[in-house]
Design a protein around this ligand. Sequence first.
Ligand code: GTP
Ligand code: MG
Length: 195
Amino acid sequence: MIIKTVELETVCGITSKLPDNTKPEFAFAGKSNVGKSSLINALMNRKAYARTSSQPGKTQTINFYNINDALYYVDLPGYGYAKVAQEVKAKWGKMIENYLHQSPMLKRVFLLIDIRHDPSVNDKTMYDWIVYNGYQPVIIATKLDKINRSQVQKHMKMVRQGLGIGQAVTVIPFSAETKQGRDEIWALIEEMMGE
Ligand code: GTP
Ligand code: MG
C-alpha cells in the first residue's frame, strides 16, 4: 500500500458519538501494551504518529486515522489494564462493544496477541466477541522480534490453540521493530477493501 496522507481525524471518548464515516474501517483490538498503536504506525509508515508507550493504558480513546482519504485505521483502547478502576474498565469495554455493534463501515477486526504468551481469557473473550458480532477476525501475533526464529512455529501454534482456532483463520506474525509481516497485512487490507 502506498501511504500518501494520514490524519488523526476523529478521537472518541466514552461519551462521544461515533463518526458517520463513509470509507471502510479496519480496527485493531487487543490487550494493553500488545502493540496496537505501534502496528498502526508501521501501517502508516510513520514513526510515532499514533502515541505509544511502554506503560500499558496509553490509548484511552477510539482513534480514527484517515489513510489516503480512502480508508480508516481504528486504534482501540487495550483491555486487561490492571491499574484502571473497575468502573472505567467497564466503560471502555462498553465503548469498544458499542463500536463493534454499530459501525456499518467496519470491514474487519484485527486481534493482536503477543506471540510470546498464551492468549488470556480476555483475548479469548474478545475473539468470541468479534465472531459474535459477525466479523471475521484476523490474528496478528505481535513482537515477533522478541522470540528466537527457531521458536516461531511453536509460538504460532500456541496462539492458535489458545484461541481455539483452525487453519481457516489467518494468523500473521508481525514485528514493529523489523516491520516483518507488514506487507502481508497491507495486502489483506487492500483485498478486503474490494469486498
Ligand atoms: P495501549 O494503547 O496501552 O493499549 O497499548 P498498545 O497496544 O497500543 O501498545 P503500544 O503500541 O503502545 O506498544 C507498547 C510497547 O510495546 C511499546 O513500548 C512499544 O515500543 C512496544 N512494542 C510494540 N510492538 C513491538 C514489537 O513488534 N517489537 C518490540 N520489540 N516492541 C514492540
Ligand atoms: Mg495504543
